[in-house]
Design a protein around this ligand. Sequence first.
Ligand SMILES: [Fe+2]
Length: 361
Amino acid sequence: MSSRQLRTLPVEYLWDGLVLKDDIFNYTGAVLLLPKGETVTRAKLEKLMGFYRDNKNIMVYEDTYLEIMSDEHVPLEVRQKVTEGRAGYTKLHQDIGSLFHRPDYEYWLNNEKMAPLTQAVAGKLQDCDPVTILSCINFPRPMDEELQRHSLNVAFLNGMQAEWLGMPQEEVETLVLAGLLHDIGKTMVPEEILNAPRRLTEEEMKIVQKHPVYSDELLQGKFGDDVRLAARHHHEKLTGKGYPDGIMGDDIGLYARITAISDIYDAMVSTRSYKKAKLPLAVFDMFYEEEFEGLDRNLVMAFLKNMRVKYTDKQVVMSNGRRGKILFIPLNDADHPIIGQDEDIRQTDDEWYCREIVSVW
Ligand SMILES: [Fe+2]
């Protein structure tokens, strides 16, 4: 009896012509459906699956699972759906849903409504590998749900940073809440400006840049000043060149500084209409090289240090389609990690790079 772990996959993930490097089993794991070495055809599988009308899942060993999940035959949206479902991200995204769709502020902006959401996000941070959560955060996404996902992502990233800084659970939760609500003021900005699939005019930009003020107004007297000020100041810069108040240095509180890092990270990995999303490792380099003005350098370095630790040992799919493992992430060149592929250990370059970081469950 093998001690290797079996994992569940929907049968739709297999494709015609896939040559099996290992056995595949029915959804209970007890019945061999196709043995190692066979080539999958839809006809073969449909015939076999005919016995299990109610459950169209199969079970495969972890290596096969990873191979299938990271294959280009499985579309990004399918992979995203599975990853988000298993991580519990989908559920949270749904729960947060109506907060940003024509928000009923009186209904939402109170502790009774927000505390369960905040605790659910904070709880997920305790139960899940951060890289699993980050794999949900890092998926490109459509514009129309940007605000919801962005808010959830910033909540997660705020919570991660708070934990990594050793803050007590109460503060972790306050930072999660600040993440969920920091951009609530964007719901006051006309949608045609907010989601314009182009660069904004100067006039429109001024309107968008009012959103931290709107957030502040909506949060007055609701959850305390820490959350309200994190929202008002998350676009301020230590150099004084931020908005809406142009304050600088010590006038910008810790919660706003943390939220600023989360906000920028999420913006960089997401798809925006005018630029392509970036792999997280490339974004770490941008932080290291101080491409973003006016962030708290100590917080940035703590963020990078922890991110590098979390991503070390993770599985990746390389540009040649083979899998490897991240062995080391250089602090000053995170985008070129050292990868182990079987016996081969080397640093990535322009020809041989990480196509994807694989989530494992
Ligand atoms: Fe914002």
